[in-house]
Design a protein around this ligand. Structure first.
Ligand code: G4P
Length: 293
């Protein structure tokens, strides 16, 4: 995938961010890692296990409202070694399950400390995840008030506020930013399609063509249903979207960049359907298909 410019924090600042995270996580009992339910494998941090050792971890499949339940269930099954919970942070669906897990952990911590004759200190939680997976939306909904949006720089700022969730539980009001993996081109593209890589770093025309190819490989009807366009190559399809939507520059040329932005936005907001992009293997190593509209 060609970028317009390097993403300046990756991979240069990765080692520093990893060190800062492992040093700062000593105060934390529970790590909630947020991933995008449409790309749970592509959006999962590659080595969270190495710096969040000895923590109780909850893996949140956020934006599950944008994925058919069948794939969400398959994802939960895929990540069965985690405490994995599908969530929609806009409506708060799935939050009760997370709260139950936290309360159970807090009860066990209290018992353990009591047995040792030690004073109970509140359970402290941090939310981590790569950019744009919905960390801020999750925290806002979880604590019921608006917190500041964190800059997309890997690391964690522990000088921020602890928000009391209940008597025994506190949550850091600022999420920690993780770096994504770029193991292969498809993962990098999945991150670009869903907005995890900032658009300003991308050639959106090329990304839109790749998205068209990807969507066609999943189901040719996706673009046909939304834009009424027929079988053609990706560039012709994007030109057709431009024509159908009347995106024409003053010079009379088709405005393909505008069509690219619209296509990406419509995909990201779920207007093209509930589309799952990762290659998810089930327990018998059979690949799942990606979509149900
Ligand atoms: P971040 O802190 O991890 O960077 O992500 P943030 O919360 O800013 O969310 C990124 C985008 O994802 C936002 O959309 C947000 O509304 C959307 N989002 C977060 N959680 C969910 C979810 O569970 N379901 C759906 N459908 N969307 C979710 P945006 O268009 O960038 O901004 P906005 O104007 O909609 O807030």
């Amino acid at each position: 995938m060609r970028m317009k410019q390097n993403i300046n924090w990756y991979p240069g600042h990765m080692a520093k961010a990893k060190k800062s995270l492992s040093e700062n996580l000593f105060l934390i009992d529970i790590v909630i890692e947020i991933v995008d339910a449409r790309i749970p494998i592509s959006s999962k941090n590659p080595d969270i296990e190495n710096f969040a050792t000895n923590k109780f971890k909850i893996l949140v499949l956020n934006k599950s409202d944008l994925v058919d339940e069948k794939f969400t269930r398959a994802s939960v099954n895929f990540f069965n070694e985690y405490n994995c919970v599908p969530v929609d942070s806009i409506s708060g669906k799935g939050f009760n399950e997370i709260k139950q897990m936290i309360n159970k952990f807090a009860g066990a911590k209290r018992e353990k400390l009591k047995k040792r004759g030690r004073i109970f200190s509140p359970v402290r939680i941090i939310v981590l995840g790569i950019p744009n997976v919905g960390k801020s939306t999750f925290i806002n909904k979880f604590v019921g008030k608006k917190i500041a949006k964190a800059a997309d720089k890997p690391g964690v700022t522990l000088s921020k506020q602890w928000i009391k969730i209940c008597k025994d539980v506190e949550l850091l009001d600022t999420p920690g930013i993780l770096w994504p993996k770029f193991d292969n081109e498809q993962i990098a593209l999945n991150l670009a399609f869903t907005g995890a890589i900032k658009d300003m770093n991308l050639n959106l025309y090329e990304i839109a063509l790749k998205l068209i190819d990807k969507l066609n490989s999943i189901d040719e009807n996706i673009l046909k249903c939304r834009y009424g366009i027929e079988k053609k190559n990706a560039a012709e399809k994007l030109a057709d979207i431009s024509k159908k939507r009347g995106f024409v520059k003053k010079s009379g040329e088709l405005d393909l960049d505008r069509a690219a932005i619209i296509l990406l936005n419509e995909f990201r907001s779920g207007k093209l359907g509930k589309i799952f992009l990762d290659d998810l293997f089930d327990k018998r190593k059979k690949i799942c298909h990606h979509i149900v509209i």
